[in-house]
Design a binder for this molecule. Sequence first.
Ligand SMILES: NC(=O)c1ccc[n+]([C@@H]2O[C@H](COP(=O)([O-])OP(=O)(O)OC[C@H]3O[C@@H](n4cnc5c(N)ncnc54)[C@H](O)[C@@H]3O)[C@@H](O)[C@H]2O)c1
Length: 395
Amino acid sequence: MKALLLENIHPDSVGIFTSGGFEVDRRAGSLLGDDLVSALADVTLLGIRSNTKLTAKVIEAAPDCLLAIGAFCIGTNQIALEAARARGIAVFNAPYSNTRSVVELAIAEIVALSRRLGDKTGQMHKGVWNKSADGSHEVRGKTLGIVGYGNIGSQLSIVAEALGMHVVFYDIADKLALSNARHCDSLDELLGESDFVTLHVDGRPGNAGFFGRAQIDAMKDGSALLNLSRGFVIDVDALADALRSGHLSGAAIDVYPREPENGQPFVSPLQGLTNVILTPHVGGSTLEAQVDIAHFVSNKLLDYVTAGTTVMSVNLPNVAAPPIEGHRVALVHRNVPGVMAQLNAALAEHQANIGFQSLATQGEVGYVLTDVTYDIPGLTRRLQAMRDTIRVRIL
Ligand SMILES: NC(=O)c1ccc[n+]([C@@H]2O[C@H](COP(=O)([O-])OP(=O)(O)OC[C@H]3O[C@@H](n4cnc5c(N)ncnc54)[C@H](O)[C@@H]3O)[C@@H](O)[C@H]2O)c1
């Protein structure tokens, strides 16, 4: 079996696939359209990052041997997930591999804002020596307000407490408070008591512009705002006004409503303002995160090939399974009545004992794993002939 890895995926993946019995073709660049389809001719697993566009057209033209796609990154917008699901091609990504990287940047920025490091180092590079304690503070004893207490928010909570900060958080979902962190009943409660407010909400459509002028006005005088979540959650013009008026003492922003391609000009109303740290969406960009992504996604793909498990697949129903006992039938099918009856009838005819069976459905697609004690002759052909089968494999 062959794995095609595009876009310079971390070399650790090569070792993982090779030891899993794969021949690996690792390339530096991405491929487009027909070139991509031709390169897939004998490929079982495809690994990409964000530059390879897997459109519905490419996925529909891909050969049947393509079992799964690994997005060796966080987002999956570059993949036509529905088209892949319709063909029974599983897609995996690495949503949490860079959690720690984002947390560490947020911590660094909280300290940097407290000591006005951005401005101080900027002055030094221009030859200005300005030794002064004005506007410089320790973070110990200050209150950090975390909005969105998910993977990143909750880990930030632990690390910030280790620096002696008080942590309060607000989340629309019920979340367990870690360590001494305290849950706020409303966003306004959090804004009214936080010296630093940091946004770690997800990208659901309802969050567009949710942190606007009213929320910025409700922050404490002299407090600072961080956004390392999504660019569209903040009203950047309102933030710029609050910084210019002195209502806020600083801001650290990593994500923007419009982010240019590498090398293209970046324009923002926040440019040139005092004590404002601007970074080009690098919160999760560390070598450690890349290594973690390589291991996480490669192992998910191998587990899918060898055991059929789809835990954390972003487009197929998630099915976990114990180690295979005998033979495993992996059936991706249309989610309509009667498929399970047909599958189990086929097994019953051969008096095959089912050792394990698990079904999950998601929208129009179902996925079932079934362990039987022996390799039933002709089973693949019979299941392939069922009207609602999308893909069948015997492992
Ligand atoms: N800057 C970067 O490079 C970088 C890297 C990784 C992730 N991110 C972004 O960071 C954000 C958080 O990532 P995560 O893995 O912690 O996500 P997550 O899904 O684990 O957590 C998000 C949390 O926000 C909560 N939430 C959603 N809307 C809310 C609202 N309006 N008010 C309060 N709480 C709300 C959710 O209930 C959830 O608990 C995401 O937007 C992600 O895209 C950025």
